[in-house]
Design a protein around this ligand. Sequence first.
Ligand SMILES: Nc1ncnc2c1ncn2[C@@H]1O[C@H](COP(=O)(O)OP(=O)(O)OP(=O)(O)O)[C@@H](O)[C@H]1O
Ligand SMILES: [Mg+2]
Length: 416
Amino acid sequence: MINPFTPSEIASLPEDFFGRDKEIQLLARSINQGSVCIEGSFGIGKSSFMSRTLLHMDGFASDENNIFIMVVGHADIKTVDDAALLVLDKLVSIDSAEKKLRIGFSTIISYESSEAYSYFNEGRHLSALSKIVADKAFTAQISGVNKFIIAIDECEKCAPAIAMLMRTLCTEIQLQGIKNLRFVLAGVSPFYQTMANTDRGVTRFIYKCLHLEPLDQDTSQALLDEKFSQLTSSIYDGGGALNIHPDVIDRIAAMSGGHPHLLQLLGSHVVEHEYEDPDGCIDLRDLVGSLREICYQSRGRDYDLLIHTMKNESYFSDYCSFIALAGGRFPSRIDREQALENIDGGSLDWLMSRNIISLQDDKTYSVVDEFLRIRVVLDLQDSKVDEMEVEIIENGEYSLPGDSYEMLYENTGRDE
Ligand SMILES: Nc1ncnc2c1ncn2[C@@H]1O[C@H](COP(=O)(O)OP(=O)(O)OP(=O)(O)O)[C@@H](O)[C@H]1O
Ligand SMILES: [Mg+2]
């Protein structure tokens, strides 16, 4: 039995990637106007969306004609030269004997530069990179494509350095009349704000900041249907048979709230459970055990960090009030007016800016990650975690005793 769910892999190929058609088109259009940021919470699908869109931009199953390089940011990138080196690493090879940088990537670009080499050798990486992208040889070779795209993932880890890189590089090459360099930056919110705080002017180069939301209900359903049908056919091909109880699909869709990582993670757990204890049917029993595993292990560190940030910034009590208003149903839906009556508008804005809650429509809020909500509620339950897990899975909702709601409002919610 192969497990078709991929909670640890980026989904970039068309057969692995579900939904977000409009966003892909929007990004493809926006890139003509300027650089683009992709923001969202942990695991919402930023890297998958970025690489799927870049494939599209590269002409994969589309008539787009751009070229790109993709790099990943990290915490050691402190200066603009560090950031430039990250890009150079993908763009050049060093010929020390000839004292040249050999620029070559994709099939279309290939030339050498001695001047860039001397900058590079002096550690002036930004100057080397500017030299390369403004070089006549480079511009001549990319003139056949629409845009040359520098894509950087995980920008939240080094937002100030990326802001400086984008600002300087874009200014320098625009001054020379080169118009087809673009950045596509992805990271956990609010990295765009961090970049803007470093340098207000940088926002001028960013035409669009796209906030990724969870997948809609139809897309979640399509993803689950497709994965479970791959599973049943693989078992059928091996001469076996497997039934999928329809409640399982509904429950996974509702509990994940359309969050792609949670869809993949829950799906994967269910298949694993059937694999360990096969009974020819995937039913709700196979889901039990997965909530705690996700809340405290698979995503435990992300949640620790988010809870810590909310407490540090004194918004945890507001988050608790918010999930208390949601009651026990999945996915969470909170009337906007009711939220504004109970919670300070500034706090709701902060929770939105951190992608912890989102507006479902003009009148309704929801949480972005249903498992963060489950985690906070489970933290309250101490000894009754098992019972609660069974309750959520069997009934599709939880009921807390009255005093737990009071605790959510008051005790657990006390900010540190
Ligand atoms: N559109 C999609 N269709 C199917 N699966 C998806 C989609 N988007 C994301 N996923 C799945 O969700 C999980 C998280 O995706 P991804 O790593 O792209 O998120 P992320 O926002 O970059 O996460 P992080 O915050 O950890 O960087 C992966 O398992 C991926 O396979
Ligand atoms: Mg990512």
